[in-house]
Design a protein around this ligand. Structure first.
Ligand code: AMP
Ligand code: MG
Length: 487
């Protein structure tokens, strides 16, 4: 392995992606920006990556974070991909993202370090290659909150403003996010290879993904194994989303990773009142990516992944389809199993009983009927605060509470053990929409304190400390809340 001399900041790149055929990327440099300024730096993540936060904060460090200068050994490529966007197949690529390099950490792990908002690339199509401060900070807040919640996700190392304005509906401050991921391989990367490349290129990509993410997979049927592993990871990921009420908002196949990390925080948000039809994205008119549809859409996307892999799965196309179909068909069960296990934990249940599914489904029906807040319902159950819930005192909820308590009574566990399980599975705080907006507004006006306090509160979602309580209030404008793509 080639190791580059590391600078003071600790950059230590080894760029495996550029060893793939050139068909998969374009060499392109970030467009220099006028006056970079650091808005937020993730010191803990920097340390995990083997980077020196103090050096990153220095003038030289910020020039690197802004894409004006590069450490030795930088990759500087935009990755090509394709994808189904709202069901329609399109050729895409990093339109405003450039890979700085793959950082090898002191622990020997490999992470993509990527600029988002760093200027045009050959894949920009009509776009300006830029990003605004608000959406980049939003990605920073929500991705880091997801990480703290224990949900696989890309991370955020830093946000810098560029000192330039960008044109959206109004003029907005331009910014760059430094995104960190175990890779940026997407379902759409495979679709790109399958649609526009040769079988050799497709195989090179699959081998690369296997090496990078599933090095332990046996030699026989390894491409079917790749499909199986990605299905497993996505079933687990989407179950975790559902358990915290996360709505991704734009589950296009180019926004679904091979690693099983959540990626692309565009029009995403956390649901307040429980409603499977919850949609935040302003352009998702038909609710394709609504909360309740996410498992089904994940399965649909994985079917597209399976299609892309067909030439590698078996030389006989019919047999390949059969084998791939079998794997994809397992998704609903895999998802349901993960989700049920998570819901049992949220309700403090140990072991499995036949009536658990009914118990869970009945609670959901009551929550839906009374527009109960997703997060706070489980918190109320955890801390015996049922009287705070909108369904409090109704016969159906009393009956349900009785059944739940009976079920808990059959566990040979202390009340404290049950509560502990519930505390560990029911977050005290999620990034509530109004809190996120408040932090973004303050940061845009040059006051970073609101943002830092929010980040701090969100970094310990299972601490259940008194200072988190004011952050648990549902958003006053949850129903009309809309988020925007093309940010
Ligand atoms: P997204 O909806 O964020 O997944 O973006 C879809 C595609 O559009 C991706 O390939 C992005 O890189 C690209 N894109 C989004 N915004 C811009 C922009 N401002 N300039 C160029 N490309 C963009
Ligand atoms: Mg995307």
């Amino acid at each position: 392995m080639i190791r580059y001399p590391s600078s003071d900041a600790g950059w230590n790149f080894d760029n495996s992606y550029v060893r793939l055929p050139e068909f998969f990327y374009s060499r392109v440099k970030p467009t220099p920006v006028a006056a970079p300024r650091l808005v937020v730096l993730n010191a803990r993540l920097a340390e995990e990556l083997g980077l020196n936060a103090e050096v990153l904060k220095s003038e030289e460090g910020v020039q690197v974070l802004a894409g004006n200068r590069f450490p030795d050994g930088a990759a500087l490529i935009a990755q090509a991909y394709a994808g189904h966007q709202f069901g329609h197949f399109t050729r895409l690529g990093d339109g405003r993202a450039i890979l700085l390099g793959e950082q090898l950490t002191p622990e020997g792990e490999r992470f993509d370090i990527q600029y988002k908002g760093s200027g045009r690339t050959p894949y920009s199509r009509g776009g300006d290659g830029r990003a605004a401060l608000g959406p980049m900070l939003r990605e920073y807040i929500i991705s880091e909150a997801m990480h703290a919640l224990g949900i696989p996700t890309t991370r955020s190392l830093a946000v810098v403003t560029t000192g330039e304005e960008i044109i959206r509906e109004t003029l907005l401050p331009g910014a760059i996010l430094i995104r960190v991921a175990t890779s940026h391989l997407r379902v759409g990367t495979f679709q790109y290879a399958a649609a526009f490349g040769s079988v050799d290129e497709l195989r090179a990509l699959a081998d690369y993904a296997l090496d990078r993410h599933f090095p332990g997979l046996e030699a026989d049927h390894r491409y079917l194994g790749l499909l199986r592993e990605v299905i497993l990871r996505q079933a687990s990921l989407v179950a975790k989303w559902q358990l915290v009420g996360f709505v991704h908002g734009v589950m296009n196949t180019d926004n679904m990773t091979i690693s099983g990390e959540t990626i692309d925080y565009g029009p995403c948000a956390f649901m307040d009142a429980y409603d499977p039809a919850t949609v935040f994205s302003s352009i998702d008119i038909h609710g394709r990516y609504a909360y309740g549809n996410q498992p089904r859409i994940a399965a649909w996307n994985l079917a597209r992944f399976a299609e892309a892999l067909l030439p590698l799965i078996h030389e006989n196309e019919e047999r390949a389809v059969e084998l791939a179909q079998e794997e994809v068909s397992r998704f609903p069960d895999l998802f349901r199993r993960e989700w049920l296990a998570g819901m049992r934990s949220k309700l403090g249940l140990a072991g499995e009983e036949a009536e658990d599914e009914t118990l869970i489904d009945d609670l959901l029906s009551i929550m839906y009927k009374h527009k109960a807040d997703w997060t706070n319902t489980f918190l109320a159950l955890t801390f015996n605060r049922e009287e705070t819930l909108p369904m409090h005192g109704t016969p159906e909820f009393l009956e349900w509470l009785g059944r739940w308590k009976e079920r808990l009574g059959r566990q040979r566990e202390s009340e404290e053990q049950v509560r502990k399980r519930m505390r560990n599975h029911n977050p005290a705080v999620i990034p509530r929409n109004h809190r996120v907006e408040e932090a973004l507004e303050a940061a845009e006006k040059g006051d970073p304190d609101v943002l830092h306090r929010l980040l701090d509160v969100l970094s310990k979602p299972f601490a259940h400390t008194p200072d988190q309580e004011e952050y648990a209030e549902p958003s006053p404008y949850s129903c009309e809340y809309r988020t925007f793509c093309g940010t």
